[in-house]
Design a protein around this ligand. Structure first.
Ligand SMILES: [Zn+2]
Length: 187
């Protein structure tokens, strides 16, 4: 996997800073978000491990997702840490955290391109199934399938998806990445 952090001066990648000379502070995609003093306080809107701002999440989602006794719940409100490189999935006040190991499901945001981790939890689509359809048919119908399921009232994102909300944005992004990496076999 080549990423923007690969120290290859010759490769022009999308993250390259166009005019590096004019930009002495290298704050491209590799810049680490500075840890500000506010994260040192008991500000529970940011993940206590990585400092990323978390998305507020319904307690019903946390309760549905946990694979540990709900007697461990300590907070009223939890937030979701979407940072791929952070182990924390849910956090609440007083450093109350749950990692992926505490959940029934593996979490898309922590493994966005893992073939077998759901991107759509209601209709069970994965990057692997999206790639297979592209290989077999040259196109993806997954967004149409998910939309049809939503129209039919068959989805239950708030209790099936660890992020507690609709997967469509993630599905669309996954299809785009899959299409970019997909090289059709020459006919
Ligand atoms: Zn985090």
């Amino acid at each position: 996997m080549s990423d923007c952090c690969t120290p290859n001066a010759n490769s022009a990648d999308s993250c390259a800073i166009p005019n590096a000379a004019a930009n002495t502070t290298a704050d491209g995609c590799c810049a680490v978000t500075p840890v500000r003093s506010q994260t040192q306080t008991t500000d529970q809107t940011t993940c206590p491990v990585c400092g990323t701002k978390g998305k507020s999440i319904e307690s019903q989602t946390v309760k549905a997702m946990l694979d540990v006794s709900l007697a461990t719940l300590k907070s009223d409100g939890y937030r979701f840490c979407r940072n791929e490189s952070c182990q924390v999935v849910y956090f609440g006040a007083d450093d109350d955290v749950y990692t992926e190991d505490d959940l029934r499901e593996r979490v898309h945001q922590k493994h966005p391109d893992a073939a077998d981790v759901f991107v759509c939890y209601c209709f069970r689509h994965t990057p692997g199934s999206i790639h297979r359809e592209l290989l077999l048919t040259g196109r993806s119908t997954v967004v149409e399938q998910v939309n049809a399921g939503i129209q039919a009232g068959q989805c239950a994102c708030e209790i099936r998806n660890p992020q507690g909300s609709c997967c469509l944005g993630n599905v669309t992004a996954t299809v785009k990445r899959a299409q970019k990496s997909f090289v059709p076999v020459a006919a």
